[in-house]
Design a protein around this ligand. Sequence first.
Ligand SMILES: Cc1cc2nc3c(=O)[nH]c(=O)nc-3n(C[C@H](O)[C@H](O)[C@H](O)COP(=O)(O)OP(=O)(O)OC[C@H]3O[C@@H](n4cnc5c(N)ncnc54)[C@H](O)[C@@H]3O)c2cc1C
Length: 300
Amino acid sequence: MRDLVQLARPDSVAEVVALVGGFSGNISYIAGGTDMVIALEQGPRPDLVIDISRMQALNFIDADIDAIHIGAATPLSTLAEHHVLAAKLPVLTQAAGQVGSLQIRNRATIGGNIASAVPGGDLLPVLKCLDCRIEVLRRDKTTTIQAFDEVVTGLGKTSLGNGDIIAAITIPLQFGANRISAFGKIGRRRELAIARLNLALLADYDSSANRINDVRIVAGALGPVPLRLRSVERQLRGRTVDNTLADDFLQALTAAVDAAIPGRISQAYKRHAVMGLGLDLLQRLFAREFSWAGWAKAPA
Ligand SMILES: Cc1cc2nc3c(=O)[nH]c(=O)nc-3n(C[C@H](O)[C@H](O)[C@H](O)COP(=O)(O)OP(=O)(O)OC[C@H]3O[C@@H](n4cnc5c(N)ncnc54)[C@H](O)[C@@H]3O)c2cc1C
């Protein structure tokens, strides 16, 4: 028989801080439990599990002029269905809406997605692309505000220490009225699939000039942590949106995959898949078709 685990259900952040401060053993949080239940079955058991799934203080979405603030225990279904978020950051609602099934999204949280740090985690490239700030309450009662890369550090790895809790995520609203964004993913099956490749794009697009002023593109599942595709961004920055741009964008995506995973078994698949993903993103972002000749000349 496996060892019994202590379980706590605090109602407030103050209770969490008091709990972890006075506990010397290993602590794990459980939010939606979609990853954690499996981890508890398979891995070493913590001494204390803190259930934060009912904590209203960690379940919120607030929008102000400059930023969106999201509580770490906010379920992904709430994100996916949030109208203000959908209008301001479709890249985030699209990613949340493509995680697992509706049952999974009703449980799974944004904080859990970050803390699990799996390479195909759908919110990870989005949060990096959006340059989010992550608020962490430390066991020593300090609070730190960190960039995405400072928290998610490797495959299944974070900089969170024992008892540290992600409290909230702040997303700055860049690019004002020119902001456009989109998310795309390729998984093994339509639902319940961790992504084999996902892509988040945020751009400053001047629609009257049909020009991309600035852009950030991040790919997930191309390595242990989300990868910013700066070489692809350079192909888009300052460019008019037309078929030539689509051509250069898709070729640059293929080159970025080649550079990221040279010689890997998945390289042959992903270097082609990324073109389909990229074309889909472009078509959704600009609500138009692109007649792209590149399929024929795409390098084998
Ligand atoms: C069938 C199935 C399909 C899935 N499909 C997808 C998919 O398509 N895309 C995808 O990205 N993911 C998918 N997942 C993975 C999972 O649903 C997500 O990673 C989810 O966001 C995890 O959130 P959670 O609240 O359930 O985390 P939990 O399982 O509660 O916790 C996961 C880990 O995070 C820690 N943790 C949770 N919250 C905090 C916090 N606030 N502070 C510090 N640590 C914390 C826990 O201690 C634990 O280590 C799937 C899972 C299943 C079972």
